[in-house]
Structure formats: structure tokens, C-alpha cells
Design a protein around this ligand. Structure first.
Ligand SMILES: *[C@@H]1O[C@H](CO)[C@@H](O)[C@H](O)[C@H]1NC(C)=O
Length: 149
């Protein structure tokens, strides 16, 4: 009987380890951008996650304004290399004309950006994916970045 319990325990431990491995591999972590403008942190999800090298991915982003976001703001997504060089084609779109967004977005108001399509670089090693909302002076007001090793 005691042996059966030990077996069951090991089996359960094994199952939970098997579950943990793909979870870790799957979730790309988006964190705050290191920027002097101190932008708020966007919540970002991507599909597929992790991205496929050389293939397109969809980016969803949402956030909360800390300062008013006004006409002329842009929503940007870009892959960069370790030296901050842009890889491939950045996605740069007008923020205020996105479906479901009406500017100005006031401090404390949340916003959700319709899905953005971008193509991942041929190799993801040592790249980062940055997503930001920038004001008319190109300063990020909301931002998040994921690094790929
Ligand atoms: C992105 O949002 C759309 C709805 O606008 C949803 O259908 C899709 O599942 C979302 N994708 C991710 C990766 O969160």
C-alpha cells in the first residue's frame, strides 16, 4: 500500500513536470521598456507564441494611458537586433484611427489595439520585439519589449 502511494506521487510529479515544460517554452515575456520617457507597460500577447522565425505573427496589445494620447500618436511594432538596428519591416500605424480607439485617450483610460501583423526575422536569436504607442514627438507613452535568446 505504501509503495502504491509512492508510485502515485512520482507519477503525479512527472505529469506536472511534463505540463510545466511546454508552458515555459510557450510564453513570451513582455516587460517594461528601458526608456527615459518612462512609458506605461503595454500588455502584449502574440500568436504564434513563441514566434516562428521568418514567418508572420499577430500582436495584440492593450494598456492604460498615463498621459493623454492625442491625434498623431502612432502604434509601432518592430524587431530589433542586439545593437538596436531594425530587422525587416517595422509596423507603423496611426494610433487614433484604429478600430475601437477614440482620441484623446485620457489618463487612466484603457485601450486595446486591433491585431498587428509583423514578420519575424529569419533568426530570432538575440533579437527583441518592441511594441509601443508613441506621441507626435516619437516618445513612447506606452511600451513593452520581449527578448529572444
Ligand atoms: C487577439 O485578439 C483577437 C480579437 O481581436 C483574438 O481573436 C485573438 O485570439 C487574440 N490573439 C492573441 C494572441 O491574444
Amino acid at each position: 500500500m505504501r509503495q502504491n502511494f509512492a508510485y502515485l506521487f512520482i507519477l503525479l510529479a512527472t505529469i506536472s513536470m511534463i505540463n510545466a515544460i511546454p508552458l515555459d517554452k510557450r510564453a513570451t515575456a513582455f516587460v517594461a521598456c528601458n526608456n527615459a520617457a518612462n512609458p506605461s507597460v503595454l500588455t502584449v500577447t502574440i500568436n504564434p507564441d513563441p514566434p516562428t522565425a521568418g514567418a508572420s505573427l499577430t500582436i495584440n496589445a492593450s494598456g492604460t494611458a498615463t498621459n493623454p494620447i492625442t491625434q498623431g500618436a502612432t502604434i509601432n511594432a518592430v524587431f530589433i537586433d542586439a545593437n538596436n538596428n531594425i530587422l525587416g519591416q517595422a509596423s507603423i500605424q496611426d494610433f487614433c484611427s484604429q478600430a475601437g480607439i477614440s482620441c484623446p485617450v485620457q489618463p487612466g483610460q484603457t485601450f486595446t489595439i486591433p491585431p498587428i501583423m509583423i514578420t519575424a526575422p529569419a533568426s530570432l536569436t538575440n533579437t527583441a520585439l518592441g511594441v509601443n504607442v508613441a506621441d507626435t514627438n516619437s516618445n513612447p507613452v506606452a511600451c513593452a519589449v520581449a527578448r529572444f535568446t
